[in-house]
Ligand binder design. Structure first.
Ligand code: IMP
Ligand code: MG
Length: 172
């Protein structure tokens, strides 16, 4: 059965442009923050977001794996790919695809904090506040959604569907 569209390409483009404007306005001109894209899911969002940010900004990547099944995070996070840039004294904006239980972001946040970032913020494209197991609040949220499993725009189900250019609700 087909998956149902939740957020269209146009809605995504409009909202990501707004987020880019907001972030550009919030950071001091000389802050030169690092956008830290959480692979793999956030790569589409991060690429679009950065093109809507008008201040000078660096880019780095982190990849984590969370053990568990494909739909629920276990909270045990392993760093598969470490960021390359020195984060000491730098402003870092963690760019994530979706916050569900909050476990992954809590761990990534702690990890980057331990690398000496001076100002640490988070931008997530999607947020499922009703699914939290631990308190975590992102500084920038694209869309808050109901706790349903979604795919597209970088988000996968068992490594499928990342290339769908909109957000759909998974229909198994
Ligand atoms: P958390 O640790 O439970 O907050 O899970 C966050 C991670 O689980 C995200 O970075 C995604 O990789 C994955 N995830 C959570 N919900 C969804 C969803 O609805 N679709 C696709 N991936 C999801
Ligand atoms: Mg992810």
């Amino acid at each position: 059965m087909a998956h149902v569209t939740l957020i269209t390409k146009d809605q995504i483009a409009k909202r990501v442009a707004e987020m880019g404007r907001q972030i550009s306005a919030d950071y001091a001109a000389g802050a030169n923050p690092i956008a830290l894209c959480v692979l793999k899911g956030a790569m589409f969002f991060c690429a679009d977001l950065m093109r809507n940010i008008t201040i000078d900004m660096a880019l780095d990547f982190i990849q984590i794996s969370s053990y568990g099944n494909e739909k629920y995070s276990s909270g045990v996070v392993t760093v598969l790919k470490e960021p390359q840039l020195d984060m000491h004294g730098r402003a870092v904006l963690i760019v994530e695809d979706i916050i569900d239980s909050g476990l992954s972001m809590r761990e990534v946040f702690r990890y980057i904090e331990s690398r000496g970032a001076s100002m640490l913020r988070t931008a997530t494209f999607l947020d499922k506040p009703a699914a939290r197991k631990v308190e975590f609040r992102a500084d920038y949220v694209g869309f808050s959604i109901d706790p349903k499993f979604v795919i597209g725009y970088g988000l996968d189900y068992a490594e499928r569907y990342r290339n769908i250019p909109e957000i759909q609700v998974l229909n198994e």
